[in-house]
Design a protein around this ligand. Sequence first.
Ligand SMILES: Nc1ncnc2c1ncn2[C@@H]1O[C@H](COP(=O)(O)OP(=O)(O)OP(=O)(O)O)[C@@H](O)[C@H]1O
Length: 285
Amino acid sequence: MVYQLQHVSVRYQEHDALQDINCTIEAGKWISVIGQTGAGKSTLMQVLKGLIPVIQGEYQIDHQPVSKDAKGRLQVRPEIGYVFQYPEHQLFETTVARELAFAPKQQRWSSSQIQQKIAEILPQVGLSEDVLELAPFQLSGGQKRRVALASILMMNPQVLIVDEPTAGLDPVGRATLLQYLQKWQQQDNRTLILVSHHLDDVAQYSDEIILMDQGVLIGQYDPVTLLIEQSHLLEQSGLILPESIQLLQLIEQCYGQKIEVDSCREEDIFARILPLWHRKEPNDE
Ligand SMILES: Nc1ncnc2c1ncn2[C@@H]1O[C@H](COP(=O)(O)OP(=O)(O)OP(=O)(O)O)[C@@H](O)[C@H]1O
């Protein structure tokens, strides 16, 4: 599947939330959307999911225009799973098992189909069957978020939008959740769209990054192009570079030498920095 926005604008009352957006989301990739608060990230995601209409421009799926009326936009929804920011606020059933079964029951799945799917999904999000009979309010923040994610994965979306999934989680919880998302995405050529303020997370996992600023799409880049070669764009948009890349820049300045990198993953950056560090003192030829 290919999702394309062509010259799309969205307005809330008098405020332009998205202005003349062009972007292409291709299947099988991890695409991150970054930008400061109010940049238009969630609005862009709602357009992709078909939740809000575009006032100008066109939304196409596999080169076919998506109808602008509510009925046409409804057809987009099943194939795209959307985990909202703070999804735990949307857990409303009395037990986790009932929560996970809710949407499949609406689609008239049999009980055994539901049980089979729950058994498949729980380990994918790092939950054990022990949580099934617990009430959502008995779970930790991280567990609630995983239950919310599991309830969306139950319906087999091929595209998953996750809006700030790591907000409020500690570093271990963040890494664990993102690793589960990566495993999910890498199976079956799936597409994951991560909305995030955390450039560290984005640098670690993305195939492509969409940078937004004040309703404008600044560009869609691979991580090395944006975080290394065009890092001034991030600074202009008020975003702070990951610490590993700040360190890379500092070492380049100290040694007066450009360090070539082909990945923005923290471990790959350190693998390039350390040999130079061990070899010589700064500016000591
Ligand atoms: N329902 C709405 N009615 C009016 N204005 C809105 C509405 N939703 C969003 N906006 C405005 O549109 C702009 C873009 O909002 P959006 O939520 O898309 O930004 P964002 O980048 O996702 O921000 P955040 O990182 O804080 O979630 C903001 O100025 C916001 O105040």
